[in-house]
Design a protein around this ligand. Structure first.
Ligand SMILES: [Zn+2]
Length: 219
């Protein structure tokens, strides 16, 4: 099974990705991990990416495409019948077109682009309320998953902090960037009749049940 998972920051992509991959035995390929791996192993692609980042530049689309294409030749992807779940890729229509070409080389097609849909104001509340323990990395939420004592980790008593990325203004900007860049992708996959819109406001378990109902129609 070949899946692309779309959804703005805070839509709960990570949780769903994990469950889909466990259930269907496909590797979870996140662009973030892919970057870290290539850079820490100092691969030729990782070195190139470092050069851009060292200059404060964005890593160009084509380099990201090359990393994904390389990753899709790995054993776990092949063992899953050229199966994968991509998370964080494609981010642009240009990348989505590249993915079509990569699949076509294997005589394959994407099965689904799953879009986790959550309204803007709720995303902001979800993300900006997040608090993290710097010691054990446990995550809390000021409203939905409060620690026993305000501002302190239940497990080790360390004061919690808010990531720079999770501050309201930053979250707004991240979501706006996401919408500008990625919403054309939803149209792209709509045209190809690959899109599955899932209401991401439901409980995580119900989100997964919805996804599973649709995916079980395949294979
Ligand atoms: Zn802790």
């Amino acid at each position: 099974m070949r899946i692309v998972l779309l959804g703005p920051p805070g839509a709960g992509k990570g949780t769903q990705a994990k469950r889909i991959c466990e259930t269907y035995g496909i590797p979870h390929i996140s662009t973030g991990d892919l970057f870290r791996e290539n850079m820490s192993k100092d691969t030729p692609l990782g070195k190139k990416a470092k050069e851009y980042m060292a200059q404060g530049l964005l890593v160009p689309d084509d380099l990201v495409v090359d990393m994904v294409e390389d990753r899709l030749t790995h054993e776990d992807v092949l063992a899953a019948g050229y199966g994968y779940l991509l998370d964080g890729f494609p981010r642009t229509v240009h990348q989505a077109e590249a993915l079509c070409r990569i699949n076509a080389k294997r005589d394959c097609e994407l099965d689904f682009a799953i879009n986790l849909d959550v309204p803007f104001d709720i995303l902001i509340e979800r993300v900006s309320g997040r608090r993290i323990c710097p010691t054990c990395h446990a995550t809390y939420h000021v409203k939905y998953s409060k620690p026993k004592v305000e501002g302190v980790c239940d497990l080790d008593g360390t004061p919690l902090y808010q990531r720079e990325d999770d501050k309201v203004e930053t979250v707004k900007k991240r979501i706006e960037v996401y919408q500008d860049q990625t919403e054309p992708l939803i149209e792209f996959y709509e045209d190809k009749q690959k899109i599955i819109n899932i209401n991401g406001l439901q409980h995580m378990k119900d989100v997964f049940d919805n996804i599973e109902k649709i995916l079980s129609g395949v294979n």
